[in-house]
Design a protein. Structure first.
Ligand code: KDG
Length: 319
């Protein structure tokens, strides 16, 4: 059986060969992006059976995405190829938020070319619930909610409380650029989060998306999930379990190369420790350690620390 199914759009990601505004960058390197496939790849690297569900075009970019994600050990057999719609791509500035390059986040640019993409055509009719519910955990993110009405319907369909539903994991992943042209407001993300069992949200994104400020207020706005993890960036993260008080675990200090992919890595580390039934503090530590690996590389995906190594690193916090 599959441990984790991750569903969402992946994109070919073009990363500039040097920092600077997109207007000035002369060349880009091809990589892959996509929050959900990032989680799937990291989990596969950690030894878990993972499946990624999405749609790509029949173009070369689609082939590259499927091959690159499969090469991480992820089951891509449920990915659909759409002959009529293209694979999404995106470009972003290098080194945004990096400690050494540009501390000023306002300099970061992300240019998406994904409207009308193969993945944006996902809907309950095209993605069977049995396939999405075929693992112990289904991991979704709020990016999908910004893509189309069909994608929003699919998320509601997959988060419905019905027999056979796996543990629903949801990373809010508010992407302001995607909501600017959406007919819906990002409050949809809160509605979806409330239908899930395990929710990850950044303190900054809760404020940006919903105007909700502070960890306690975030829990009050999202009371249903059995476990809510509020991330405080470099500071650490606070988990709100159903029983007992909140638990905060600080993050290790790292020399940040690029923050992209760190949230996905955090979710992957946390989910890996969850599958291993480790206690809550260890789940948070594994989230931080996997995120630390992603923070120190320019692309989305880093080799997560090997399990034994991560277990020893996680225990260091006890001393
Ligand atoms: O979490 C990283 C993702 O944001 C990136 O890979 C691209 O999925 C992406 C998106 O839609 O922003």
């Amino acid at each position: 059986t599959t441990d984790v199914v991750c569903l969402g759009e992946s994109l070919v990601a073009f990363r500039p060969v040097r920092p600077g505004p997109l207007a000035d960058v002369p060349a880009f390197e091809r990589g892959i992006g996509g929050a959900e496939s990032n989680v799937a790849c990291a989990l596969a690297r950690c030894g878990h059976r993972t499946r990624w569900i999405s749609r790509v075009g029949t173009d070369g970019f689609g082939t590259h995405l499927v091959d690159a994600i499969a090469a991480h050990g992820v089951d891509v057999s449920a990915v659909q190829r759409d002959p009529d719609r293209p694979t999404g791509v995106y470009f972003r500035t290098a080194g945004e938020r990096a400690t050494t390059l540009t501390a000023d986040r306002s300099l970061a640019e992300v240019a998406y070319y994904r409207a009308g993409s193969a993945a944006s055509a996902m809907s309950p009719a095209l993605v069977p619930r049995e396939t999405a519910w075929s693992g112990r955990i289904l991991h979704l993110t709020g990016i999908t909610a910004a893509l189309s009405a069909g994608c929003r319907d699919l998320l509601r369909h997959l988060t419905a409380r019905a027999p056979g539903r796996p543990l629903l994991s949801f990373d809010v992943n508010y992407r302001a650029a995607l909501w600017r042209n959406s007919p819906e407001s990002p409050s949809v993300l809160a509605d979806l989060a409330r239908r899930c069992d395990l929710v990850f949200v950044g303190e900054d994104e809760a404020e940006a998306a919903w105007g909700v400020r502070g960890t306690a207020a975030i829990r009050a706005a999202l009371p249903e999930p059995d476990l809510l993890v509020v991330k405080h960036g470099a500071e650490g993260a606070t988990a709100f379990p159903r029983k007992g008080g909140p638990l905060t675990v600080p993050a290790p200090a790292v020399d940040v190369v690029a923050p992209v992919g760190a949230g996905d890595a955090f979710a992957a580390g946390f989910l890996s420790a969850t599958l291993r039934e480790l206690p809550l503090p260890a789940r948070l530590r594994h989230g931080h350690l996997t995120a630390a690996a992603a923070l120190t590389v320019p692309g989305d995906l880093a080799e997560p620390p090997a399990r034994e190594h991560a277990d020893r690193l996680a225990a260091l916090d006890d001393t």
